[in-house]
Design a protein around this ligand. Structure first.
Ligand code: ADP
Ligand code: MG
Length: 700
């Protein structure tokens, strides 16, 4: 489509760009006109939001000021060497701006007479107001435009861009020339029915307005439309992936059989919760539909996912197929193996454990059992997906703690059989907005109910001063026959010191709590040593288990009622939540004690407070997402989270919901996007998203 050619044009051919600037732009990801139009302003200067220097007040939050630089220079004076300049404006006020870092760079950046906007928080020293390390934007030559009340776009800057003169002002000039010459040639991509239904601004107007807004309300509408569009195309990729998936045939199973019912009715010492039952029914239904299952099972730690998985495995075995169960750590693999054997072997199911360092003879025997169908279930770390592992008839692949695995590993597991059904499990509850984006192509079952009789874990935050009290409490719990975990952080960079910390803690506790038995578990130990330490704790032969974070996921010891986390301020929120989930697994009241340093950041404080307030994993994950931002939440690359240019998954949930609805509605109405009214959308999608969607689509 010729209209799209405008968008695909190389920026270097635009007026005001040229090869040198094009090269710099490429470094920030801008190579085409479309990229440039989507290089959205990072901020706007609205005359009404600029504070006259006369009105400065240290109680204001971060503000914007505009003025002329008067004096600028490096000051040696008392204390640290610094760069200072004085800014003046028409109101007659003054502001001092100060830099302590990168002095030679700032010293070159300003000279007397420059017109500059500064952004930052004002401090007051006597009669002098100052800003330290403020952000700034150069406004040379544009004071007139400012004075006439326009809203001015400011673009994300960088040294690379500045070197070739690409300041905010240059961006505005280039974009202005572009809109003047080609603005009318831009295509409207979204169909009329969608624009009407969601009251979206015209796409061409929105692009112009986001760069050159005429008013705040026009700007708001433009941003809303562009956010919608951005989220819509992601959802469209997901909707199409899901649609394609649904054409993939999976093994067709009959109704659940004997082993399945014997497990639920005779083997399990409890009844499934309603949420577990619902999830299990959804899984069974999927396996009978003829289509391959792609289901995510979400549930907080201890909500009973593993039990559901076991029932699903029995259903598969009843139907003459095998299962693979992949978990992230060896400890977990061992635990699951022990559990599966205990519950499934009495039902005649053969379970095998696959680990990295197994003896060759043993491994070969296991491989033969799987290849020839003598074994029904293989559980293990990623050893399960190694090439040598072949199944006779793989019907179900389960991935526990799936966020720990990359897309590639899941894809390999997926390639093991003839489209085995896939069940992904996660104990990291994901905020709705993120789930819609990360797992928007999967079906989701949620276990949002805990087994009856479980009491919420009581959480305390305690500082060093109160360690005595904490130990007295611990002693009392031990006296009642309970067990405890004491967990130390393990940060890779300072692994040695951290390990020492844990070892010292271990020795001290041994001494203080004699004759109670204290044991140590850390990542440097050999697999069999870890296994034995864990097994001793499980059997109740150890009272206190001192551990680094290897104890984190899935480990199940119902008699453990105390979780003490040392240096809790150094843990991430989801990690704290996971650790706390190690206790509260039995009928007795459990406790989580967060030992904290008095020096801690505001963010650490926020994490600790949330932990004290709630044990609802979904609430905790919402807060975690807000604190960390979407990019960091899972690590962008591994998760396949798309790079968003204008929308923000945490802030724009209402728009996301509409965009998702629109995308799925579109695919329902016109699955191949063949209708004439969707021609432009189809062409745009094919050109700018189809390739990307291959990398983005989650396999399994
Ligand atoms: P998850 O895998 O979600 O962390 P598990 O399946 O390991 O949870 O279950 C945690 C503990 O709760 C286990 O000891 C399990 O036997 C027990 N459990 C699971 N479901 C129920 C239930 N419906 N009623 C009582 N106990 C349950
Ligand atoms: Mg589990």
């Amino acid at each position: 489509m010729s209209e799209l050619n405008v968008l695909s044009t190389d920026v270097r051919y635009l007026e005001g760009v040229g090869p040198r600037r094009a090269e710099a732009l490429a470094r920030v990801g801008v190579t085409t006109v479309r990229d440039l139009l989507h290089y959205f302003p990072r901020r706007y200067l609205d005359r009404s939001t600029i504070v006259p220097l006369r009105r400065l007040d240290e109680r204001m939050g971060p503000i914007t000021v505009v003025g002329t630089v008067r004096l600028a220079g490096v000051v040696e004076g008392k204390g640290r060497k610094r760069f200072e300049l004085i800014l003046e404006d028409e109101s007659g006020g003054r502001l001092k701006c100060v830099w302590f870092n990168r002095l030679s760079w700032v010293a070159k950046a300003f000279k007397a007479g420059d017109r500059v906007a500064f952004h930052g928080k004002v401090q007051r020293y006597g009669y002098t107001f100052s800003m330290t390390h403020p952000d700034f934007d150069r406004l040379d030559g544009e004071s007139v435009a400012l004075a006439t009340g326009r809203i001015i776009a400011l673009y994300p800057g960088s040294a690379v861009l500045e070197r070739v003169g690409l300041t905010s002002r240059t961006f505005r000039r280039i974009l202005y020339a572009f809109f003047k010459a080609h603005g009318l040639k831009l295509p409207e991509i979204l169909p009329a029915w969608m624009r009407t239904r969601y009251e979206l601004m015209d796409g061409r107007v929105a692009l112009r307005a986001v760069h050159f807004p005429r008013s705040q309300s026009e700007l708001a509408q433009a941003r809303e439309r562009l956010k919608f569009e951005e989220l819509f195309f992601i959802q469209l990729m997901l909707a199409r992936t899901k649609q394609i998936r649904q054409t993939v045939a999976g093994p067709i199973f009959g109704p659940p059989g004997e082993r399945y019912y014997r497990f639920l009715n005779e083997v399990l010492p409890f009844r499934l919760t309603q949420a577990q039952q619902r999830a299990l029914e959804e899984i069974v239904q999927d396996t009978r539909s003829g289509r391959q299952m792609n289901r995510l099972l979400q549930g907080d730690v201890g909500s009973g996912k593993t039990v559901v998985a076991m029932a699903a495995m029995l259903h598969v075995v009843d139907n003459g197929y095998q299962c693979a169960f992949m978990v992230p750590t060896e400890i977990l693999a061992e635990q699951h193996y022990a559990n599966l054997k205990r519950y499934l072997e009495p039902l005649g199911v053969e379970v095998r454990l696959l680990l990295g360092g197994q003896r060759k003879a043993l491994r070969e025997e296991i491989l033969a059992d799987l290849a020839e169908g003598r074994a029904h279930v293989a559980v293990g770390t990623h050893a399960v997906i190694q090439e040598a592992v072949q199944f006779h008839r793989l019907g179900l692949a389960i991935v526990d703690e799936q966020h720990r695995f990359g897309v590639v590993q899941r894809a390999e597991l997926f390639a093991k059989g003839e489209n085995p059904h896939m069940l992904l499990m996660t104990a990291t509850p994901i905020p709705r907005s993120l789930a819609m984006t990360l797992y928007g192509d999967l079906d989701v079952s949620i276990i949002d109910e805990r087994p009856a009789g479980r009491k919420p874990v009581i959480t305390w935050i305690r500082s060093e001063k109160r360690r005595g009290e904490v130990y007295a409490f611990l002693r009392e719990q031990l006296r009642q026959g309970r067990q405890a975990y004491v967990v130390y952080p393990l940060v890779e960079e300072s692994e040695k010191m951290d390990l020492q910390d844990a070892e010292n803690g271990y020795r001290r506790l041994q001494e203080l709590f004699r004759p109670y038995r204290v044991d140590l578990l850390h990542g440097r130990m050999l697999p069999y040593e870890k296994e034995e330490a864990m097994a001793r704790f499980k059997r109740g032969e150890t009272d206190i288990l001192v551990a680094t974070t290897v104890v984190e996921v899935g480990v199940d010891v119902p008699n453990a009622t105390v979780m003490i986390i040392e240096h809790a301020e150094r843990f991430g929120l989801s990690q704290l939540h996971q650790l706390r989930g190690r206790v509260g697994r039995g009928a007795a009241q459990s406790y989580c004690i967060l030992m904290v340093d008095h020096r801690r950041t505001a963010e650490a404080e926020a994490r600790l407070q949330v932990m004290a307030e709630t044990d609802d994993g979904f609430k905790i994950s919402e807060v975690d997402l807000k604190l960390r931002g979407a990019g960091d939440f899972f690590g962008t690359r591994q998760s396949g989270l798309p790079d968003l240019k204008i929308a923000d998954i945490t802030q724009d949930q209402p728009i996301l919901i509409k965009a998702r609805e629109a995308a799925f509605e579109l695919v329902r109405r016109d699955p191949e996007l063949e209708a004439p009214e969707h021609a432009m959308l189809r062409a745009y999608y094919d050109r700018f998203y189809a390739k990307q969607s291959l990398g983005f689509a989650r396999v399994g």
